[in-house]
Write a protein that binds this ligand. Structure first.
Ligand code: SF4
Length: 389
């Protein structure tokens, strides 16, 4: 038995192994824990500092975002100065896969992001490009399906977001089979822990051999971020599901290691039979969703703004209202669509939506009073409807 196997006490689903450098995901190995750098990748010293911080706390794999050639150059320098297992997060720029693959052990792509650029190129060809880069440099791949940015074709065809996400994953697994590539994992993430449980259970039934990366996206700040994640992970671990995890928390850069601490603690608790969550997460009252931030954050006030929104909205704690606060324009617009009130941060202003409709862009010093105004209006509207019912 390998050292990795000997530490595992959770009864695990036996998937095929996926190699990420010297780490094996799946095949009964211990559940590995990942995190992501929140620093700008081109700020090499800050990113190396963040990688060291996460590594010291036991991160098995560390993700960095790469959106440009300058980011790739920075990644090359970073690679020379760290031995951490790195995974790169590609967004629309799938062609960067060829230049980042020599520097990393894993490449993540989101099927929903392969539709926006180069519309004339079939998605299969884009996946082929990523896979060939990964194969050439012995990288693993993660097919990262996200409820906030579903492949538009699948979203249009399926009966609900869960089936759309499963269909999108199945389509890309089919591509991997056509390309004869097995060194991949799949993730299916939502900000709702109940969706995360349901979709991963369904996926595990339909694709028993494929390792799963678990996560609740935008679970927000502590302590609620841990609660949402714990509900999903405890349920799934108890069913033997989950081979690697990432806890997504909104934290100041210097506290990013808490994602690793929380992930490890949940794994340890389940191994020791300590379950803390209720079987189903009943979201009652105000639901504050916020992204964990990453190098795409365009104004560092984002984390502070998320904390200010939490403070401001405390008076509405009992209202069944969802507020989403996102750090950038890459994922912000999609991830705020389903919220009652959604904010996403640009360099100089905050875009503000009410139930998917853009209300405008507001300065960082203007957004809180406007948010309060809209929140008051929503509460009044709900009370009025309640009185009429
Ligand atoms: S919303 Fe933007 S800043 Fe936040 S984690 Fe996602 S990509 Fe990064």
């Amino acid at each position: 038995m390998s050292e990795q196997n000997s530490t595992s006490r959770i009864a695990r689903r036996k998937t095929r192994p996926v190699r990420v450098g010297d780490l094996i995901i799946g095949d009964g190995n211990r559940i590995s824990v990942q995190s992501m750098c929140a620093t700008r990748t081109q700020d090499i010293e800050a990113t190396l500092g963040q990688i060291a911080l996460l590594q010291e706390r036991g991160a098995d794999i560390i993700r960095v975002a790469v959106d440009s050639k300058k980011d790739v150059e920075a990644l090359g320098v970073i690679r020379e100065r760290t031995n951490a297992r790195l995974v790169v997060d590609l967004q629309e720029s799938y062609k960067l896969a060829a230049s980042v693959a020599p520097y990393v052990q894993k490449i993540r792509y989101n099927p929903g992001h392969l539709y926006h650029h180069e519309k004339q190129t079939p998605v299969f060809e884009k996946v082929r490009f990523i896979v060939e880069a990964a194969r050439k440099h012995s990288c693993a791949v993660r097919i990262g399906v996200n409820f906030g940015s579903l492949d538009p074709e699948q979203a249009g065809n399926a009966s609900d977001p869960i089936e759309a996400a499963l269909a999108s994953a199945a389509e890309h697994i089919g591509y991997m089979e056509q390309l004869n590539f097995e060194n991949f994992v799949v993730s299916l993430k939502s900000s709702d822990p109940n969706d995360v449980i349901e979709i991963n259970k369904k996926f595990a039934e339909r694709h028993p051999l494929i390792p799963l990366h678990l996560g609740v996206t935008e679970s927000g700040m502590l302590p609620m971020g841990e609660v949402k994640t714990r509900v999903a992970f405890e349920n799934l671990f108890a069913a033997g599901i989950g081979d690697t995890v990432r806890v997504s928390l909104t934290l100041p850069y210097e506290e990013k290691y808490k994602e690793i601490e929380v992930g490890k603690k949940i794994i340890e608790d389940v191994q020791a039979g300590r379950f803390r969550s209720v079987p189903k997460f009943e979201q009652k009252g105000l639901n504050l969703i916020s992204c964990p931030s990453c190098s795409r954050v365009e104004n560092e006030s984002f984390v502070h703004l998320a904390a200010q929104v939490r403070e401001l909205s405390k008076y509405a704690a009992d209202e069944d209202i969802t507020i989403a606060v996102m750090g950038c324009r890459v994922n912000g617009p999609g991830e705020t669509d389903d919220a009652d009130l959604g904010l996403w941060c640009a360099p100089k202003h905050v875009n503000f939506k009410r139930r998917g409709e853009l209300l405008g862009a507001f300065g960082y010093d203007e957004i809180l009073p406007r948010l309060k105004m809209e929140l008051d209006a929503l509460i009044a509207e709900r009370r009025q409807k309640g009185a009429q019912a």
